[in-house]
Structure formats: structure tokens, C-alpha cells
Design a protein around this ligand. Structure first.
Ligand SMILES: [Zn+2]
Length: 245
């Protein structure tokens, strides 16, 4: 398998894993994998749900927003990925979804607390938020501002819209999106029941982040999501380890 073939396969697997994690919003939301030849990003073509993504439904979109391979126009929100991966050269993957708990939680305007292991992902700091607009990130300028908002963090909330996540591996990016959604879900559940009084302080959250979410744990979670997302009807080679990072 060539590096480009592997990137394409990982773009498919990332999409499937996000769908299996409940991050789908009909045909909206996407994962982008950096092209190993530096030409841009591999991302699903518009019109398909995350669980419907296959190799032939991918596009290669250049950093100028041109479709270099695949058919159709690119997703309107490609600047999210193009600008984020341009700004951070170590990133291999970025994720943008309209995850429901993230949207609901962001609407409360309350800090994300380390209520759970997932909540410790941010080391006792609040999750970054992109506040410039709740509308589509459909221009390079907005993409650059979003990239600045997430900074070096694993993920950020996009109030009135969704979330964005990033990773130096495909698995890390997917896991960061999934963990942020879970952290929001858990805190929402707690807040629905009462006032949150027990959560990790910054020192404990920082220690838990190192213990719970080192790279090998993120990769282990990613592999689980892949096993969960690969349906029984898929060809056997989908389970081959060579597709993993
Ligand atoms: Zn969006």
C-alpha cells in the first residue's frame, strides 16, 4: 500500500469511526487527512454521510481549495481543514462535526469541567471556543481565525455550530473529537440533575490527562472505534492491521 493509498484509507476509516461514535449529522461533518505528497487534504465528497464514505467518494482538495482528484465541488467548510493543517505542520488529520452534545453544551456558555476522564483532556483548562461566528466556515479568513482559536489544543467548541479537533495521527484527531463530545455529554447529564460540585482541580486534571490520554491510549481507543465501525459485511481486508497508523 502506497502512502497515498494509506491516507485515502485512513480518510475513509476516520469517517466511519466518527459515524460509529454518533457524530454524524446526515451528510454534514467531515474528517480530513493530509496528503503525504503535500498536495492538500483527502476528504469525503459532499452529499454522503460519514458512514457512507468509501474510497471512490473521496476528494483530494488542494490548499487553494481546488479539487485535484475525485468529482464534484468541495465541501463549503473545507477551509476549516485547509487552514488548520496549513497552520500546524505536524497535524495529520482534522475533524469537524456538528456533534449534538457539543453544540448543546456550548450553548450554555459554561466552562468545561474535568468531571470525567474525557473532561481531563484539556488538563483542567476550559476548552477553547471559536466565537467569531456561528455560521459556516466557508472562507480562508474564517478558517485561519478558527485555527488561531484552537491553537495547540486537541479540540475546540464552535458555539452554535459544532466542534473541531486535530491530531498528529488520524486516530488522535478522531479520538479528540469523540472525547470532547463525551465530556460535554457527561457534564450536560450532571447539570441536568443538579449543580456540579465535584470535579478534578487543574493539578489532578493535568495528571489525569497524562495518564489517561497518552498517544498509545488514544491509538488504542482509535483501534476500538475501527473495530466497532467496520461492519460485518465489509471485505475482510478492512480489518487488516496495515490500515492502522
Ligand atoms: Zn459545520
Amino acid at each position: 500500500m502506497t502512502p497515498v493509498e494509506k491516507a485515502r484509507r485512513q480518510a475513509v476509516l476516520a469517517s466511519r469511526a466518527l459515524a460509529a461514535s454518533g457524530q454524524g449529522d446526515m451528510i454534514w461533518g467531515h474528517a480530513a487527512v493530509r496528503d503525504p505528497e503535500g498536495r492538500g487534504i483527502w476528504i469525503k465528497a459532499p452529499g454522503w454521510g460519514l458512514e457512507e464514505v468509501r474510497d471512490e467518494r473521496l476528494q483530494l482538495v488542494s490548499f487553494d481549495g481546488e479539487v485535484l482528484a475525485g468529482s464534484g465541488t468541495p465541501h463549503k467548510e473545507c477551509p476549516i481543514h485547509l487552514e488548520l493543517l496549513s497552520a500546524r505542520s505536524a497535524l495529520q488529520c482534522s475533524v469537524h462535526t456538528h456533534a449534538r452534545a457539543a453544540v448543546a453544551f456550548a450553548s450554555l456558555g459554561t466552562p468545561l469541567l474535568a468531571v470525567s476522564h474525557e473532561g481531563a483532556l484539556f488538563g483542567g483548562e476550559d476548552v477553547p471556543r471559536f466565537r467569531d461566528t456561528g455560521s459556516l466556515i466557508a472562507s480562508p479568513e474564517l478558517g485561519r481565525r478558527l485555527a488561531a482559536a484552537i491553537g495547540d489544543a486537541p479540540a475546540a467548541l464552535m458555539p452554535k455550530h459544532g466542534l473541531v479537533a486535530a491530531g498528529n495521527t488520524v486516530g488522535a484527531a478522531v479520538m479528540h473529537a469523540v472525547l470532547l463530545e463525551q465530556a460535554c455529554r457527561t457534564q450536560l447529564d450532571a447539570m441536568a440533575a443538579g449543580h456540579v460540585t465535584v470535579h478534578s482541580d487543574p493539578a489532578e486534571a493535568l495528571a489525569k490527562r497524562a495518564l489517561c490520554w497518552p498517544p498509545h491510549q488514544l491509538e488504542a481507543g482509535w483501534r476500538y472505534l475501527l473495530r466497532k465501525s467496520v461492519g460485518a459485511g465489509e471485505p475482510p481486508d478492512w480489518k487488516d492491521e496495515e490500515y492502522l497508523p
